[in-house]
Design a binder for this molecule. Structure first.
Ligand SMILES: Nc1ncnc2c1ncn2[C@@H]1O[C@H](COP(=O)(O)OP(=O)(O)OP(=O)(O)O)[C@@H](O)[C@H]1O
Ligand SMILES: [Mg+2]
Length: 345
């Protein structure tokens, strides 16, 4: 409670193909507290395979959501992701950070499959205190166009982007705050959305590989519609666990298989490089992870422990913040925007 001075809050905005979601976190107290949560469905095909097809519609949806939620600030933190963003652990000769900044573009050229002139680059030295002649560096490269489009979309919605994060890092941030046990060994953070599944493999808490799988809850809903003769609304009720359906099992097993193949491919790629221990555990997030039976099917299919995540496990939520939304239901859906709102730029 500040008598003078303003409340210091961050609004994290996640523009998904199914839902636009925002979470506002107050950073002025001893620990961050969620003070507002809002989400709004997007019309179908406004975003397809991560690409914003109808920026005007998406900007309108954001503007309306912002106004209805009664957010005062115009500042926003959001993220980019998908195949135009590369996250990679690389090795470089050991040097100081300011020197690395001078040569990172040249180093990146050897690791990034895009025209190096057309990307924005950032990096982090993973073992800055080390004395070995080589150092591990986490390299991030995003196509400049992707970032520029995000910025102009937000400006069209009347907002001021304060930070453009990377999806995988924001998800990782929410996981680290809420599930510190996930920061040991090799684990996969798997965020199953409406159209896309992001796989983020962490080694002792360091994100060493990210991959996207073109699978989400939309696929199961559409299969149910087509094969079970259901309307979109009826199928969605089943996907969200509000109505049971015996035949759902078969679709869930198909979904688990899609996700498992993607995760195993990513893990196998790593094992070929590092030859270390295998994947120890899988953590699930995203609205698609709520499909009844999916967590269990994935555990059975992959033979590893699979756990759901809750972005409010260790981040308190003020009583009025969720409005009419049920926190238990929407927790997994909000992993990414909570990870964004936890940033304090
Ligand atoms: N309580 C819920 N509210 C909203 N969606 C839910 C809920 N439970 C399950 N879902 C499913 O989760 C999906 C949305 O998940 P999420 O918000 O993670 O996806 P997205 O970020 O919009 O999509 P993507 O990341 O693939 O572009 C919905 O399409 C719906 O099928
Ligand atoms: Mg998403």
């Amino acid at each position: 409670m500040a008598l003078f001075g303003r409340k210091k809050t961050t609004v994290g905005l996640d523009i998904g193909s199914g839902f636009v979601k925002l979470v506002e976190i107050d950073h002025s107290g001893d620990q961050p507290e969620v003070v507002r949560i809002a989400m709004s469905p997007l019309l179908p095909d406004a975003i397809v395979e991560g690409e914003i097809m109808d920026p005007g519609l998406v900007a309108d949806t954001i503007r309306t959501l912002w106004a209805e939620a009664g957010i005062e600030t115009k500042d926003v933190v959001t993220a980019v992701g998908g195949h135009d963003v590369i996250v990679k652990k690389i090795e470089m000769d050991r040097m100081k950070e300011e020197d690395a900044r001078q040569v990172i573009r040249w180093e990146a050229e050897q690791h990034v499959p895009f025209d190096i002139q057309s990307v924005v680059i950032d990096f982090q030295i993973l073992n800055p205190g080390g004395t070995e002649p080589k150092m591990d560096v986490l390299l991030v490269a995003a196509k400049r166009e992707l970032v520029d489009h995000k910025v102009s979309l937000l400006q069209d919605a009347g907002l001021t982007p304060r930070l453009i994060d990377v999806d995988a890092f924001a998800l990782h941030n929410a996981l680290e705050w809420n599930h510190p046990e996930a920061m040991r060994g090799i684990v996969a953070l798997v965020n199953i959305g409406h159209e896309m599944t992001n796989v983020n493999i962490l080694e002792d808490g360091v994100p060493i590989l990210t991959r996207d799988i073109p699978f989400g809850s939309r696929r199961i809903r559409e299969d149910l519609q087509r094969e079970q003769g259901l309307t979109a609304e009826e199928a969605e009720e089943i996907v969200q666990g509000r109505n049971p359906l015996d035949a759902l099992d078969r679709y869930v097993r198909f979904g688990a298989d899609e996700v498992a193949v993607g995760v195993e491919r990513a893990a196998a790629f790593l094992m070929a490089q590092y030859a270390g221990e295998g994947l120890g555990r899988v953590f699930l997030g995203g609205g698609g992870s709520r499909i009844p039976g999916l967590e269990a099917a994935l555990a059975e299919r992959m033979g590893v422990q699979v756990s759901s995540t809750n972005p409010f496990e260790r981040v308190p939520v003020s009583p009025g913040a969720p409005g009419r939304l049920s926190l238990d239901e929407i927790g997994p859906v909000l992993l990414l925007p909570v990870g964004l709102a936890l940033r304090n730029p």
